[in-house]
Design a protein around this ligand. Structure first.
Ligand SMILES: *[C@@H]1O[C@H](CO)[C@@H](O)[C@H](O)[C@H]1NC(C)=O
Ligand SMILES: *[C@@H]1O[C@H](CO)[C@@H](O)[C@H](O)[C@H]1NC(C)=O
Ligand SMILES: *[C@@H]1O[C@H](CO)[C@@H](O)[C@H](O)[C@H]1NC(C)=O
Ligand SMILES: *[C@@H]1O[C@H](CO)[C@@H](O)[C@H](O)[C@H]1NC(C)=O
Length: 400
């Protein structure tokens, strides 16, 4: 008996519970939370909206910030609008999602979807955000000893920061943000270089506010001295863990840029414009050592600025190396050859004098006519003095 009463009671409690739940549920359901949708600038995006399909025709209305932008009656033709449409085949299944084409900065905002059926009206909201993500970032050194970092066509306005490796305090930079007619931002920043004797890598980081995605561009400027007759190896190492990258080498002399070569890690292929003079070690390149090997002939012709660029996913890493050809070793070589010529000249002159003396001795047998000997000697002397004079112009050419 007791058990039965207890069961009866619990059943009625459960029923009461279910009953209240059924009352509460519709209230909860009608308060659907706003849906957040992120859309990529200039791409199509879908604003979701669904309803319980009924036999009666429904009216679907879409509002952007309380302004009616789209209205569709199920049994009528879809309005002709090139910028947005419904998925008409899906409407009968309760899908009233709006397809927004070619999104822009103006597409942002709060959208309201209203489903007007005969016995009920249902509203739901979508918050649309538009992002023009970072697609490129560039860094370069200006002639005035400053560095410039920039990125264009962004929405919303990004964050730009500078850092160095090794790190230094107190970086002085000026950052400007501007928007174009489409509302897309450009960020440009100028950094004052730090006074440091050792090479320093400058890193510019641009971060997107929505996706917190960071792009990095870094620049290292160094110098090196080449020697004639020696193979020149210009070092360039990829940042750590850079897997999928393109490596390019360019040469700048007198403000003219020339492509040297391009290497793709993905295909392991190299396109070399300087076939005869420059090459990579392909095995090393694969593991991120992009050092350039320059032929040992005519190193002096190779003096100039070499730029090595690693471009990977969201990373640009640049090393600029100014190559000069060792003045001391070049001059030493020239001096050496000059002194060799000197020795040769003196030996030739001495031999000539000896020859003449011997000839005179044989001819006049120790009974010389002083005047004739004098003139002959003068001619010889003149010759010996001319020799260094002939070398001098060579000297002059070499110095210039
Ligand atoms: C509505 O249909 C579109 C197009 O087929 C689909 O991408 C979307 O996920 C559907 N939405 C809902 C809420 O079913
Ligand atoms: C729903 O449609 C009916 C008839 O078409 C109209 O009178 C009513 O105002 C509509 N309700 C809303 C909220 O749009
Ligand atoms: C850096 O060096 C330059 C010249 O070498 C000097 O004019 C400048 O004041 C220095 N800057 C700082 C911050 O020390
Ligand atoms: C490597 O990069 C290229 C070009 O940036 C891209 O097309 C390719 O899908 C990438 N591969 C991998 C494995 O990430």
């Amino acid at each position: 008996m007791l058990l039965r009463a207890f069961l009866n009671q619990s059943v009625s409690y459960t029923l009461a519970g279910l009953y209240t739940l059924l009352w509460i549920l519709p209230c909860v359901r009608s308060k659907t939370p706003d849906v957040d949708v992120m859309c990529i600038y200039s791409e199509d995006c879908i604003l979701p909206c669904s309803f319980t399909p009924t036999d009666d025709a429904v009216v679907i209305q879409w509002y952007q910030q309380e302004k009616l932008i789209y209205s569709f009656r199920q049994d009528e033709e879809e309005p002709d609008d090139s910028s947005m449409s419904l998925f008409t085949d899906e409407v009968s299944k309760g899908n009233a999602s709006l397809l927004l084409k070619d999104s822009s900065v103006q597409s942002r905002g709060r959208y309201k979807c209203v489903i007007n059926a005969t016995n009920a009206v249902k509203e739901s909201f979508v918050i649309l955000k538009v992002e023009a993500p970072i697609s490129r970032i560039s860094i370069e050194a200006s002639a005035t000893g400053q560095l410039q970092c920039s990125s264009h066509g962004l929405y919303p306005s990004p964050l730009l920061t500078w850092s160095t490796d090794p790190s230094t305090g107190n970086l002085q930079s000026r950052t400007r943000m501007s928007a174009d007619s489409n509302g897309l931002y450009s960020v440009e920043s100028t950094l004052q270089k730090v006074n440091k004797s050792s090479p320093i890598t400058y890193i510019c980081t641009v971060t997107s506010k929505y996706s917190s995605q960071s792009w990095k561009a870094s620049l290292l400027q160094t110098e090196m001295v080449g020697k004639n007759g020696q193979e020149l190896v210009i070092p360039c190492m990829a940042p750590k863990n850079l897997k999928n990258f393109t490596l390019t080498w360019t040469f700048t002399k007198k403000n003219k840029n020339k492509d040297i070569l391009t290497y793709h890690s993905q295909t392991h292929k190299v396109m070399n414009q300087w076939e005869e003079e420059a090459e990579l070690d392909l095995d090393k390149a694969q593991s991120g050592d992009g050092s350039l090997y320059l032929d040992d002939n005519e190193v002096s012709r190779h003096a100039g600025k070499y730029t090595c660029t690693f471009s990977g996913p969201r990373v640009t890493y640049i090393v600029q190396t100014s190559v000069t050809v060792s003045a001391s070793s070049a001059a030493a070589q020239k001096e050496q050859s000059n002194s060799k010529l000197w020795v040769l000249a003196v030996v030739v002159a001495a031999l000539a004098v000896l020859g003449v003396l011997y000839y005179l001795y044989r001819k006049y047998g120790g009974n010389p006519k002083a005047s004739e000997e004098d003139t002959e000697m003068q001619a010889v002397k003149g010759k010996t003095e001319e020799l260094p004079a002939e070398i001098r112009p060579l000297n002059g050419k070499g110095d210039s």
